[in-house]
Ligand binder design. Structure first.
Ligand code: NI
Length: 133
C-alpha cells in the first residue's frame, strides 16, 4: 500500500483534541491517530448498509434494575429473525453479561444494538460485526 502525504489545516482546539486522542490511545503520532479515526468512520458507515454481516452484541447490566429484563427480552423477540443465540453470564452478585450472536443486514443489527444499549440500566454495550456474505 502506497503512503500519500498531505497537509491538514485544523483549529487549535481540534488539534488539541486529536493530540489527546492520540495519547489516550497510545498512538505514536498524529498520522496513526487520524488513520484510526478515518477507519472507524468507514467501518461505522458500512454498518448502515444492506450487507449481510454476523456479529455479537455484548451487554453488561445490573439485573436488579426494574423493567430492564422484560425490555431486553421484548426487543430480542421483536428481532428474533436476526438472533442466532444468546448467552447469559452471572459476573458478580448484581452484574450480568449477555452476549447475543446475530446475523443479518448490517443496518438491522445496528438498529437492534442501538435499542438494546439504550435500555435504561445497561451499563455497557457494544456491537461487533464481520462481513458474512
Ligand atoms: Ni445474571
Amino acid at each position: 500500500m502506497s503512503i500519500i502525504r498531505f497537509g491538514v489545516s485544523l483549529e487549535k482546539e481540534l488539534l488539541e483534541a486529536l493530540d489527546n486522542y492520540a495519547s489516550d490511545n497510545h498512538f505514536n503520532n498524529r498520522s496513526q491517530a487520524i488513520r484510526n479515526l478515518i477507519n472507524n468512520n468507514i467501518v461505522t458507515s458500512k454498518w448502515q448498509c444492506n450487507n449481510i454481516v454476523a456479529g455479537s452484541i455484548t451487554l453488561v447490566y445490573d439485573h436488579h434494575k426494574r423493567e430492564l429484563l422484560p425490555h431486553l427480552t421484548g426487543l430480542q423477540h421483536e428481532y428474533h429473525h436476526v438472533i442466532l443465540s444468546s448467552q447469559h453470564f452471572h459476573l458478580e452478585e448484581d452484574l450480568c453479561m449477555e452476549i447475543i450472536a446475530v446475523k443479518g443486514k448490517a443496518f438491522i443489527l445496528t438498529e437492534l444494538a442501538d435499542k438494546l444499549i439504550a435500555v435504561k440500566g445497561i451499563q455497557h454495550g457494544k456491537l461487533t460485526m464481520s462481513r458474512a456474505d
